[in-house]
Ligand binder design. Structure first.
Ligand code: FAD
Ligand code: FES
Ligand code: FES
Length: 1343
């Protein structure tokens, strides 16, 4: 630790935040800008979502004056990775600095809110700041610039479309002048300026927002760079800086000489520029770096010069700067010189997000020596030269196969630094390409990456020089030297291709247990990339007049570089009738009531509650074994650590240590044994987060390991099931199969899913000091459940516990029951210490501990007639429940209720088993088992169509439920709108025309294929546990006429509070602006059900209506007495007449009584229906796919708020896209979750939305069973993303047909790039056969 005396020698760090000068004399190099803003400056608008640069929630803008160019530069950066020490003489702008609701909104804030681009709002400040930084640099951006600006931002709620739509108004394409050009055909004079396709539908529906309401954007009015900072920067010559922290010293010398001297003295020192690598190592890998050297002032390391052979970049140049310079060079240099630059630019296009590229240095990428670096393969293939220096001199080394000496090791000596890299011009006859394949295209690390360069003897196709470099195929970036050597002197033709592929397959091998897994896929990619390179070079040679074979037109698409198209969209809904009063907002697209505050950072989330004076922080001690006895727990080292206050173990739980959502089959703190990695064993409480986390890591636990059960298959083998199992059956299965013309069997696995709410779980527990009272601020969907479990753990009555929920930064089911595992521990700590205790889980902890969607394995036997009519189905589901029951039984039950999806099967049996495994307990997640149940259904219906050779849409349509049918659990279908949704979707999507175009496309293209699928959904609405279908509300009217509304539901972004205000406004007959919802709390509305099952608007809406109607009734006499009076006058008259102006409302959903034993009664109140049709294109060589188009028709009854409902449809759909195509949780065979953050777990990003997205809310479909004829919408649309999954399957079928394969095949979910590629059996996959299962231990297993 740095001694205090040294700390007093620290220089003063001077920077500006939102125009205010900050002089920090105690700058700790380990403090990030994010924690400084939030904790020290109280600027909580900037959010923490991941701490690893992967979500963008922490985006701020940095501005500095560059003396050498005399320019102001603005950059969006991730505050979570920015060390404050890197901010000397920098101006920081946060979301608070650009506008506020109280002061004035910035157009960037206003437009995202009014375009409905903010739901939970946790990502919103980061998105606002990315857009703001873009506009500061380019006030007239193109849509492509906007998309690029968002490469580093994630949103889990909105589905992105509304964000792009709102911000399109700033762009050249969708530009809105804010009314300044009214005479010149301004959009505001012509209605919505947002471009739409499918023009014919526009007149059906008004726009969801009106750009005419937007304040004009005037770039000249932006916050100015602080004049004092400008003069400071201009005046001051850089002088060496030194900052001493607790464990680290930051040295920022002012000359290369001094820099080299310091590196000589501290060979172990890290050179930090962007901190995007070092920051991650310190935060997540427990690395400690006592000395940090910053080259910010070293001219030689920041300079870019043109040399005779290429362009030399100082090693500290950022990737953004490098990209700008290369782009400029490409514009000016002759084509033969720019091949290398183009390849580097191609890699930069998909390198991280802009926030990372704005700070990460080229030297950092090389010196990190990651085997999956994207730039190193290109640098190696093209022989870039590095200048290395130490205090005694310099040397130049070429990046070739000798440069990387081992995993994360290079030839650079510890006392040397890299000063610059020279990227060469290409030569005549040289062709260069770069390739990258990652799970997600945007902001993702590579699975395999490659750089390839070939030089031909002048004017010929004879290979003179060939360098093939691959990342992701070894512990280092590796060169395929054997292959390259064999091809020297050969002609560029089919023979060479064959030789190349077989040699590459031999040379680029991987151990079947290799870290990262996907071994067959990775090997195939090396061939696929080479084939693409081969085609590209053939084309270029031919263009130059060299006599080579012509690339067949069917292969051209394989050689195309991916260029994203700008998305377009249409939203269709039924406008309210003209006779509806203007003040009645029900049915109108009213903005989310918190949207503006969310966009300005003023909305308060749990961790934004200011620190209490004596507050402590808690860090969890968790198991790193999946199944083990605890032999001993040694806390002695932790106890001696700075800031330590106490340690909590099972014996410290004063009440009952058993806990659980329904059954108490879990522990608050582990007792004697652990049953999953992430099992909470104890906690450390300390003065700060850092101290608590460090001390928790110092607790030593000895285990005796027991055999874990990790996968469903292992659970089946061990018969490890929770009881009961469930069966639903109807008809006569045997007779059904006898009647069938065909019988097919199949199986599939559906992977789990991480909720990835942007705000992780958090609890702040505050003891109230008397009678054992305790107050908890929690991000939870279940205030009452939290209250009960906390009371149980503390051994106190529930009436001493108040749980308060203002809003959540997303929930999606993940905070329905699992949030309590943190809340109970925090409450125990606060209760013990009698001090407030806070804990917000880090992203990796949250992912590790709190479980997610259940992985499912389904197997089926289906009997059907020649017509395609399904007559018998026997299906069995196995769900991986994890180590406790939690809500799993209800999840399983729902999968069985949805096992037919929307198809009528007369003879049917469904069985369900809950696998007890040593994984963290899986839990509720939007759809609650329904999507898994339905995906298996979509699989057998596809199999039926494929085996009969009939169009899948016809077989689906043939089997669809009809009005009056009884489901397999004997519920009569009334007011069924499936057929209407189907027909509308079929026609809006232009299904038949698309199908014809796809058939043609597939005939014309060998290596890219298109596919289409139309998929229905029928989702039962209600909690399947009948008692949960109740809700309460409490409405107070104050004498000034304002109304405080409270109800049992929580706000997690879904717009529940907005809808409830709309309901109350209609009943009370007052404007929404008179009604306020402050929070959800257990002391206002008791015994609430979790906000879940999509039914919250139905139930709470009815309770709110009930309460408001009581009040209206009480006010009626005063209204009658004074019919011309105002609301306030009636309220006052009632008050003076001593009438209560407060009322409770209550609602219970009628007639819900399903009994699993007798299979009688109704499990659901009604159904939400929808149909989705999607078209995709797959790259058969890489497995990448593009979502070309999706059309959704959704029946939401009479929408309470079409903007919110369309937001739910799109958000759920995109979450489904993640579930079925992208998101993969990897577990080791020992049950350790390997994917624990946005770096390794990919949720859909901006680029994943379908290029054409149409969402239509079915017209004229009132629902008699819910409030104001509306319908539930939160979960049902998620499943429509199965249309993408099956469109992919359709495209794969077309690819397989090229290899002579036809009929049903197994494709597990998600349809990842790996699975798509492996399923497209072809000549390349044949060269890379998988290793024999069982002959090796895989890196990850399918759980
Ligand atoms: C969210 C995220 C996304 C990413 N995406 C990608 C991606 O798509 N592709 C990819 O390849 N990488 C990616 N990375 C990795 C990372 O961004 C790069 O490796 C980056 O270029 C590192 O630069 P830096 O300046 O931030 O490094 P720093 O963290 O500042 O330093 C990294 C290391 O390099 C050493 N070093 C730096 N400069 C020198 C020098 N001049 N001489 C000697 N040693 C030096 C340091 O000592 C340190 O060990 C990603 C990282 C994050 C956090
Ligand atoms: S919190 Fe910084 S990028 Fe996620
Ligand atoms: S609104 Fe984007 S994460 Fe919730």
């Amino acid at each position: 630790m740095t001694d205090p005396q040294a700390r007093s020698r620290s220089d003063a760090l001077v920077f500006f935040v939102n125009g205010k000068k900050i002089i920090e004399r105690n700058a700790d190099p380990e403090t990030t800008l994010l924690s400084y803003l939030r904790r020290k400056l109280g600027l909580t608008g900037t959010k923490l979502g991941c701490a690893e640069g992967g979500c963008g929630a922490c985006t701020v803008m940095l501005s500095r004056y560059q003396t050498h160019t005399q320019q102001l530069v603005h950059h969006a950066v991730n505050a979570c990775l920015t060390p404050i020490c890197a901010l000397h003489l920098v101006a920081v702008t946060t979301v608070e600095g650009i506008g506020s609701v109280a002061r004035k909104l910035h157009p960037v804030q206003e437009r995202i809110a009014k375009a409905h681009g903010s739901q939970c709002g946790f990502c919103t400040p980061g998105i606002v700041m990315s857009m703001y930084a873009l506009l500061r640099n380019n006030p007239t951006p193109k849509m492509g610039d906007v998309e690029e600006a968002f490469h580093g931002n994630l949103c889990r709620c909105t589905g992105y479309r509304p964000i792009l739509e709102g911000y399109k108004t700033f762009t050249v394409e969708g530009g809105c002048c804010g009314g300044r050009g009214l005479e010149n055909g301004c959009c505001q004079a012509n209605g919505n300026g947002v471009e739409k396709d499918l023009e014919e539908h526009i007149d059906e529906t008004p726009s969801l927002f009106n750009p005419a309401e937007f304040a004009p954007f005037d770039p000249t009015q932006e916050v100015i760079f602080p004049p004092e900072l400008l003069s400071l920067t201009k005046r001051q010559r850089p002088a060496s800086l030194c900052f001493f922290g607790d464990r680290t010293v930051w040295l920022q010398p002012d000359s290369l000489e001094e820099f080299l001297q310091l590196k000589w003295e501290h060979p172990e020192a890290r050179v930090v520029v962007g901190n995007t690598e070092v920051g991650i190592e310190v935060k997540f890998k427990n690395m400690e770096y006592p000395v940090i050297l910053s080259p910010a002032f070293i001219v030689e390391m920041n300079t870019i010069t043109q040399t005779e052979d290429g362009i030399s970049f100082g090693a500290a140049c950022t990737l953004s700067r490098m990209g700008d310079v290369l782009k400029q060079a490409v514009k000016t240099l002759p084509p033969h010189q720019i091949e290398v630059f183009l390849a580097v630019l191609e890699q930069l296009r998909w390198f991280a997000g802009l926030q990372i590229r704005n700070v990460a240095a080229v030297g950092g990428n090389i010196m990190t020596a990651s085997p999956i670096s994207d730039l190193n393969p290109v640098f190696m293939a093209t022989g870039c030269k590095l200048t290395l220096m130490d205090k005694d001199g310099s040397r130049v080394v070429q990046m070739d196969d000798t440069f990387f000496t081992g995993y994360r090791k290079t030839v650079v000596r510890p006392r040397e630094v890299m000063v610059s890299i020279e990227i060469p011009y290409s030569k005549k006859g040289q062709f260069v390409s770069a390739f990258k394949q990652s799970p997600r295209r945007e902001d993702d690390i590579s699975i395999v990456t490659a750089g390839m360069s070939v030089t031909f003897s002048p004017g010929t196709d004879v290979v003179d020089n060939l360098r093939l470099s691959y990342g992701g195929m070894a512990a280092v970036t590796a060169m395929a030297k054997m292959t390259a050597n064999r091809l020297l002197g050969r002609r560029w033709g089919e023979e060479l291709l064959q030789e190349a592929c077989s040699t590459l397959a031999e040379e680029m091998t991987l151990d079947p247990s290799a870290p990262g897994g996907m071994v067959t896929y990775r090997r195939t990619l090396t061939l696929s990339f080479f084939y693409k390179f081969y085609l590209m070079v053939l084309q270029k040679l031919r263009k130059q007049g060299v006599n080579v074979e012509k690339v067949g037109s069917e292969c051209l698409s394989a050689a195309e570089i991916y260029n994203p198209e700008m998305p377009s969209s249409v939203q269709i809904y039924q406008a309210v009738q003209d006779i509806q009063g203007q003040d009645d907002s029900v049915g109108r697209p009213m903005m989310h009531v918190s949207a503006l505050k969310q966009a300005t950072g003023e909305a308060v989330y749990c961790d934004d509650v200011p620190l209490y004076e004596n507050e402590l922080y808690l860090a969890l001690i968790i198991s790193n074994k999946a199944h083990a006895k605890i032999l001993s727990i040694d806390t002695s080292e932790a106890e001696g650590m700075p800031g330590f206050v106490c340690c909590l173990l099972a014996d410290d739980v004063p009440g009952c240590n058993s806990t659980g959502a329904i059954e108490y089959d879990e522990t608050v703190l582990a007792q004697g044994q652990v049953t999953c990695v992430g099992h909470i064993i104890g906690a450390v409480v300390a003065d700060t987060q850092l101290h608590a986390q460090r001390a928790a890591k110092a607790v030593k636990i000895q285990y005796e390991e027991l055999q874990p059960v990790v996968t469903i298959q292992e659970a089946i083998a061990a018969q490890s099931f929770f009881k009961p199992m469930r069966i639903i059956q109807k008809g006569d299965l045997e007779a059904g199969f006898k009647q069938a013309d065909h019988i097919l069997e199949g199986e599939m696995h559906i992977g789990g899913q991480e909720h990835f709410y942007l705000e992780t779980n958090i609890t702040l527990a505050v003891p109230r000091g008397e009678d054992g009272e305790i107050e908890l601020f929690v991000s939870t969907q279940s205030a009452s459940k939290t209250q009960l479990l906390v009371a149980k753990a503390l051994g106190i009555p529930a009436n001493r516990v108040v749980v308060r929920v203002k809003r959540m930064g997303g929930g999606f089911g993940g905070k329905e029951s699992r949030s309590t595992i943190l809340s109970t521990v925090a409450a125990v700590a606060a209760n013990k210490l009698k001090r407030p205790v806070r804990c917000m889980l880090d992203r990796d902890e949250d992912m590790l501990i709190t479980g997610g969607r259940h992985p499912f394995y389904g197997k089926y036997k289906v009997g059907f007639l020649n017509s395609g009519k399904v007559v018998a189905l026997d299906v069995t589901y196995y769900a991986n429940a994890g180590n406790s029951k939690d809500l799993s039984l209800s999840v399983l039950e729902r999968s069985l209720f949805h096992m037919e999806n929307s198809y009528h099967v007369p003879n049917i049996r469904g069985q369900g088993f809950l696998c007890r495994t040593n994984l963290p307990s899986n839990t509720a997640f939007r759809g609650f088992g329904g999507p898994q149940g339905m995906l298996v259904a979509e699989n057998w219906i596809t199999d039926v169509a494929q085996s009969l050779g009939k169009p899948a849409n016809e077989v689906r349509r043939l089997n669809l439920y009809a009005e009056g049918d009884l489901t397999h659990y004997n519920m009569k279908l009334e007011q069924l709108t499936l057929d209407r949704c189907w027909d509308e979707c079929l026609s809006r999507s232009g299904y038949h025309e698309r199908q014809a175009a796809i058939d043609l496309y597939n005939r014309q293209n060998r290596w890219t294929k298109r596919g289409i699928a139309i998929t229905p959904t029928m989702f039962g609405i209600s909690f399947t546990a009948a008692f949960l279908n109740q809700a309460g509300a409490l409405v107070h009217i104050y004498t000034d006429g304002s109304v405080l509304l409270t109800h049992g539901g929580t706000e997690m972004g879904q717009g529940l509070h907005t809808k409830m205000i709309q309901v109350a406004s209609r009943v009370l007959g007052i404007p929404c602006s008179n009604i306020h919802i402050s929070e959800t709390s257990t002391n206002t509305v008791p015994n609430t059900s979790p906000t879940a099952a999509s039914a919250s608007s139905d139930m709470n809406g009815a309770a709110v209506k009930n309460a408001c109607e009581i009040l209206v009734k009480r006010l009626e006499p005063y209204k009658n007495k004074n019919p011309k009076g105002t609301w306030k006058e009636w309220v006052n008259a009632a008050y003076f007449d001593r009438v209560s102006l407060s009322a409770n409302g209550f609602y219970k959903t009628p007639d819900l009584n399903y009994d699993f034993e007798s299979h009688t009664g109704r499990p659901f109140n009604y159904f939400s229906y929808g149909v989705g049709c999607s078209e995709v294109e797959i790259d058969c060589l890489t497995g990448a796919h593009k979502n070309l188009s999706t059309t959704i028709v959704m029946d939401v009854g009479h929408s309470l708020n079409p903007a919110i409902d369309i937001g739910q449809v799109e958000g759920a759909f995109m979450q489904g896209v993640g579930l079925f195509t992208l998101e993969e949780l990897h577990y080791s065979p020992k049950g350790v979750l390997l994917t624990r953050g946005p770096g390794s777990y990919k949720i859909p990003a901006f680029g994943d939305i379908p290029k054409h997205l149409t969402v239509s809310l079915l017209r004229d479909a009132p629902n008699q069973k819910a409030i104001y004829a509306s319908k539930a919408v939160g979960e049902p649309p998620l499943f429509l993303a199965a249309s993408i999954f099956h469109a992919i399957k359709d495209a794969i079928s077309a690819a397989r047909a090229e290899s002579g394969l036809s009929g049903p095949f197994r494709l597990d979910s998600p349809a990842s790039a790996e699975r798509i590629r492996n399923a497209c059996n072809d000549r390349f996959t044949k060269l890379c056969p998988p290793a024999e299962p069982g002959s090796f231990t895989p890196w990850s297993v399918q759980v």
